[in-house]
Each structure stands twice: as structure tokens, then as C-alpha cells.
Design a protein around this ligand. Sequence first.
Ligand SMILES: [Zn+2]
Length: 276
Amino acid sequence: MVRLSRRQGYLIVLGLIFLFLLASSTVSTTAVIAGHNSNRPASVSLADVPVLNYHKVDALHHALSIPSEEFEEQMAYLSRNGFTTITPDALMAYLNHGKALPEKPILITFDDGYLDNFTNAYPIMKKYGFTATIFLVTSLVGHDERFMTWDQVRMMQQDGFVFGSHTVSHTPLTKLSREQAMDELVNSRKEIEQQLGSKPKYFAYPTGAYNLPVEELVKQAGYRAAFTIRYGQAGTESNPYALERIPIFKGQQTFRSFFVRLNAAPVLERFGLIRN
Ligand SMILES: [Zn+2]
């Protein structure tokens, strides 16, 4: 009985937070358009950082495929609201050494390395002066027409995009033997180094699956940090080998869902409802 009512209380609190955020979305959008958000205090030194996670920017019938127009709507929102995209290096310098970030930092990531990241997302991001970090599956990039070629990857790299590893074969590392998992981590790292000229420093877990032994292998393979698909923001209390992200999905109201997922994370953290 107690358990049930606590659960109900939790759901009610969550519901209220989401309702509040939904209600305030119109207001804040209006305020931004009217230009009333320019003099907010710059006191965000210890704030957590949102890390968005996308996969495809395309019109496929799939929750992980955001149509170009909707992706652009989201980038336009970030731009209007003063967000600056950062690199994982800047994020880690901030988390580890308190090195200052821009006032409203955001790290935008893509997993897998789909061709549409180059053809659809890249031009839109360039238009808004944004960059992203893309985690590549090295057996697919340059080998499968649904994925980018290495030339395309290099072109984006020259524009400030960062590339990390998402393994060789996209097998969840928790399903592999220690040796197999290490091969995935090391061989994808080598391939990216050969193609791009420097060792990738960051990793994203295929399907988000990880555990302590896997984290340890990622560290041993030489990566500085790893990203999960656990909902939340990256902060000084985060485990650098299990960094939270905010996965973005297509839905009936993609922008509203994007808005709520982006803006609810700090509120939920404040109430201790995520990351414990
Ligand atoms: Zn993936």
C-alpha cells in the first residue's frame, strides 16, 4: 500500500512538473521572440550541461529519425535561446577542472554515423553555427551506403565536428567476452585514428548497454569518457564513463517533446528525481 501511494505521489509530482513546463513553453517562446531574455545573469558556473542525442535526420517512419524540418526547428530554438555548441574536450575540461564554458553550453551528439548526418543535419547545423560530435560504427562508415564515407567525415571534421567511437560492429559490449569487447574498443579506435589522423578520445555505448567491467575496458582502451543513453545532464557528479544524455525522439509533437526533455532535466535533477 505504502509503495503504491509513494509511486502515485511521484507520478503526480512528475505530472505537475511537466504541466508547468508545457504551460511555460509558450510564454518562454514568446519572450524569446520579443527579445526579453538577453539580460539573464551569467552565474551558471556549476550548472550541469545538456548533451542531446540524435541518430538520424530523415523522414523515415522511425522514432529515431527526426525529419529535417523538425530538426531545423530544434536548432533554431537553440540558436534563438542563446545556446552555444561545445566539444567533448570542453565538456571534460569543465567537469574535471572547472574550465569555463559559454553561458548556455550544449553538446549535440549523433550515434552510428548515418549518411543523413552529412546530407541533412550538417547543412542545418552549419547555418546556425553549430557543431556536433558523432560516434561512428567503423564497420559501417565507408562500407555501407546508408552511412557516411570517410571523405564526408573528414569534411565535417574540418568544420569543427568531432568523431568518437561507437565500436566496430555495434554489438552491445555487455553481450561480449572481455576479449571481444576489447577488440571492438581498440580496433574502432585504430580505424578512426588511421582515417582522421588522431585517436578518438570519446566513446558511446552501442544500444546504451554498459556495466562496471565494460566501463573499465573503455578506460583501459584509452578513452577519456563515455556516453550512455540514460536520461539526464552531464555534471560534476556524473561518472565520466557513464555520462547522461538527452535522447531526442520523433513523436506526434516532436518539438514539444524536445522542449520538455531539454528543459525538464534540470528540474528533475533539482528534485532528485533523476541521477541518484
Ligand atoms: Zn547506436
